[in-house]
Each structure stands twice: as structure tokens, then as C-alpha cells.
Design a protein. Structure first.
Length: 225
């Protein structure tokens, strides 16, 4: 009886091998069910998607290093220079900050609507986010004009120089973020391998980073005035 059972088991194994299923382990990637052991690999992204996240990380690190160097120079110059004359921070900067923080909120709402399959709501919130970004840049121009009306220019004193450099460099990088928002809104992703959700996620990470960077710069400018 045991011999017959052994022969039967051998026949079943040979049949499975003939179907091409004998060489596959029963469990893959530490999963405990057949579905996870199959072709679905949620933790891993395709190579063409990972390239976008890698580029994002490189960009954020480069920008961070640049502004850390500027902040360090700001602190050192303020501490050792007798010609440092603090500037009056325009009140519109606080409004600009509120606008930028609001844009982060609408950006997250847009992503939630996209994840829920509501393309119309996604476009509305995404457009609002883009408009708030442009409004922030316009507000920065107004702040520079207010300082010019007070006779404060980039070469007036070290404090004003750092103010224009900080706000100008941040505005340039945020303008790049606005360009990315427009790309996500206008691109026809039906003809692209890159899903719109991935592009929106990458854009949101950059945008939130620029928001946090602005809060840091504003605090630095205000405390060092």
C-alpha cells in the first residue's frame, strides 16, 4: 500500500512538472498566500517609475545643500558684521505664506480625488493649487516692490542682500514647481507609460518640500532682521 501511494505521488509530481509548475516555489517574497506569491509585487515599482523618484531625491538634496550653505553664510555674516542693518519684513509675506500652505492642502485633496477616481474634482483642486502657486510668486514681487519703495535694494546692506537672495532663489525653484504642476495637468498620460498618479505624487513631494523650505527661510529672515 505504501508503495502504491509513493508511485501515485511520483506520477502527480511528473504531471505538475510537465505543466511547468513544478519549478516554482509555493511562497515568494515572504508571502503566505498564492496571490502574493504570484506576479503582483506592490512594494516594487517599475524601473521607469523609480527613475522619477531618484531624480526627485537628487533635486531635493541639491536644493537643500544650496540653501543650507546660504543659511550658514547668513548666520556667520550677521554675527561678524557691524554693518548689518535689519530690514522691515513686509507684512504681505505672511499672506504669501498662508497662500502657499493652502496650496499644499489643495494639492493633497487633488491627489485624494485622483485616487478615488474623480478626475473632474482632481483637475479642479489641481488647478486651484497651481493658481495659488502663481499667486504666491506675484505676492513675492509685491514684497520686493514694497522694499524698493522704502529705498531697500539688494546692495543696500548685507541684510537686504540676503533677503533678496533667499526670496529670489526660492521663487525660481517654486516657479519650477509650478511648471511641474502644469505638466501634470496638461499631459496626456493615456499615451505615456507613466501613470498620472505617480506624476502627481512626485510633484506633490517637491511642492511640499518647497513649502517647508519657505517656512524655514521666513523664520530665518524674521529672526535675523
Amino acid at each position: 500500500m505504501p508503495g502504491k501511494l509513493a508511485e501515485r505521488d511520483i506520477e502527480l509530481i511528473i504531471e505538475e512538472v510537465g505543466r511547468g509548475g513544478g519549478g516554482r516555489p509555493p511562497v515568494r517574497d515572504g508571502g503566505d498566500d498564492g496571490e502574493r506569491g504570484g506576479g503582483r509585487r506592490e512594494p516594487q515599482r517599475p524601473n521607469y517609475e523609480r527613475r522619477y523618484y531618484t531624480a526627485l531625491i537628487i533635486a531635493i538634496v541639491a536644493i537643500l545643500i544650496f540653501f543650507i550653505a546660504l543659511a550658514t553664510a547668513f548666520v556667520v555674516r550677521r554675527g561678524f558684521g557691524r554693518d548689518w542693518v535689519g530690514i522691515h519684513v513686509p507684512a504681505i509675506l505672511w499672506l504669501n505664506t498662508a497662500v502657499l500652505l493652502a496650496s499644499s492642502a489643495t494639492l493633497q485633496w487633488a491627489r485624494q480625488k485622483l485616487a478615488g477616481g474623480d478626475a473632474g474634482a482632481f483637475r479642479r483642486y489641481w488647478t486651484i493649487t497651481t493658481a495659488l502657486g502663481v499667486a504666491f510668486l506675484v505676492g513675492q514681487l509685491v514684497a520686493w516692490r514694497l522694499l524698493e519703495a522704502q529705498g531697500v535694494y539688494i546692495a543696500t546692506n548685507p541684510a537686504s542682500s540676503f533677503f533678496y537672495v533667499f526670496t529670489g532663489a526660492h521663487a525660481v525653484h517654486l516657479l519650477g514647481g509650478v511648471a511641474v504642476l502644469l505638466f501634470v495637468a496638461l499631459r496626456d498620460f493615456a499615451k505615456s507609460r507613466l501613470p498620472r498618479a505617480v506624476a502627481a505624487e512626485v510633484a506633490s513631494y517637491y511642492w511640499h518640500f518647497m513649502d517647508a523650505l519657505w517656512v524655514f527661510l521666513l523664520a530665518l529672515i524674521y529672526l535675523g532682521k
